[in-house]
Ligand binder design. Sequence first.
Ligand SMILES: [Zn+2]
Length: 351
Amino acid sequence: MNASRIDTGTATFWIALCGLTLWTAAPEPAAAGAFVFAGETNGIDLITHPTNYTGTETDVTVSVCVDPASANLVEMETSVRNVIFTYNAMVATQGNLIIPSPDLDGDAVDFESTALHEAGHCIGLAHPNAATESGLPGALFNYTKATNGADDAFNTDPGTDAVIGSGDDVRGDDVNLHWFRTSNNDPFTIDDPVDSTTYARDTAMLPGGDTFAANGDRDVAVLLGAGSTEAVMQQGAFSDEEQRELTHDDVASLLYARSGLDSLAGTADDYGVTLEWVGVTAACDVKLSFDNTQTGFAVCQTGGDFLSGDDVGITSANVFFNTGFNWFFNSERNDGSIFEDGFESGDTSNW
Ligand SMILES: [Zn+2]
């Protein structure tokens, strides 16, 4: 699941991001965010932008479709359209982690929650936590996303609060990849504007006393008084839980990218993004399908091109799901109405 093929010689690379990892045991701790492609190979300050932004656009439209060859075509539609609605609304919430889900049976997995996470990868976001791609043992997945530094080994010490992923973690020479709010290092809050004047990756910009960027993990949320909350992009999904709303960390990461190549809000290269549903078709910017040859659970495979020395634009994004789970397909629209019109292929309404 962590396969990657990066050809920096051509400035074009393809990477198979590991998507959500599912633990089917009873709920337990799973794990502003980080960006796809950022790291030792491509650059620690790399910011990733969605398809169709090249540095000059003001309004970026990203088309979303489901592959005609996919299983569960009809079942997927409402959830996919809800995901589109959620990203277009850009509402940051606390309390988005609902356990147990009132909709799901005990071993069911919420398709909409998983699709929301994978779609985040498809428009540029990485995991805020170390996650499976770190190679760390599972108990350590929730340390904040970082490189392993000069010693080529992760340093993991949760600090005096004993909470992994919080602001007092001691990480040795690990290099932080998680963009944090410089005023408080609290991923369950958001600044205005969100740009390089209010967020940073360099831990020298942390508020007094903090030693590493805190991430949007559910245990960190409890520590910081944010209740049952977890960043959508945190890797780690469980049966019988829902995460269908974005958190402050998810929204902040998207807004940071949207401050453009100069990372300053209010300048000419800022942009907005609209995800647009284009129905069942083989060609669009973010295509979803069930394909067991591509993933053991769920993944977004993305490709990108450099737009500048530390900016990448996504050039391809495909989400795959594996049929081997008891997926729950939400049938309620985000606005509370029920989708009853059958499959509206080609419907481009933005919700
Ligand atoms: Zn993921």
